[in-house]
Design a binder for this molecule. Structure first.
Ligand code: SF4
Ligand code: SF4
Length: 132
């Protein structure tokens, strides 16, 4: 399990900061979430999915729905437990290699990247990550 840097770990999330990041990217992210047809074609081009015995939790569409998708769904109800789960997905299950291909144009890496940005904004980081 990826360990978290202990800075401010018991603090409540800064909801206003999270909402501001979510709102700034809302139009594009909501469009991606809406047009995803759950066809799983992107999974074929994700090497992590293929090297993890095609475990569904490594499917790109699964990763975005359960990271950035959940953040948009929960909004003001985002808590640290959810952010910890998002961290696991955004760093441990994706390396942002940009190899995943979606015929509908869903930009999966940009969605995972935004999930990382939100975690970073709350000091929720894997231990190998240097704080900026
Ligand atoms: S992201 Fe694209 S390729 Fe992947 S499941 Fe959604 S529509 Fe299909
Ligand atoms: S960017 Fe992430 S989801 Fe896309 S192929 Fe690379 S590891 Fe898989």
């Amino acid at each position: 399990m990826v360990k978290t840097i202990q800075t401010g770990n018991n603090k409540l999330p800064d909801t206003e900061k999270i909402l501001s990041i979510l709102n700034k990217n809302k139009k594009r992210m909501k469009m991606y979430l809406r047009i995803c047809a759950h066809c799983s074609l992107c999974a074929e081009s994700c090497f992590l999915y293929n090297t993890k015995n095609k475990d569904p939790v490594y499917m790109p569409s699964h990763k975005v729905i359960n990271s950035i998708g959940r953040l948009y769904k929960k909004k003001r109800k985002i808590d640290r437990n959810l952010l910890e789960e998002v961290k696991e997905i955004a760093w441990k299950r994706c390396v942002l290699c940009t190899r995943c291909y979606c015929p509908l144009g869903v930009d999966i890496p940009s969605m995972i990247s935004l999930a990382r940005t939100i975690c970073r904004s709350q000091n929720i980081l894997p231990e190998f990550h240097e704080q900026s």
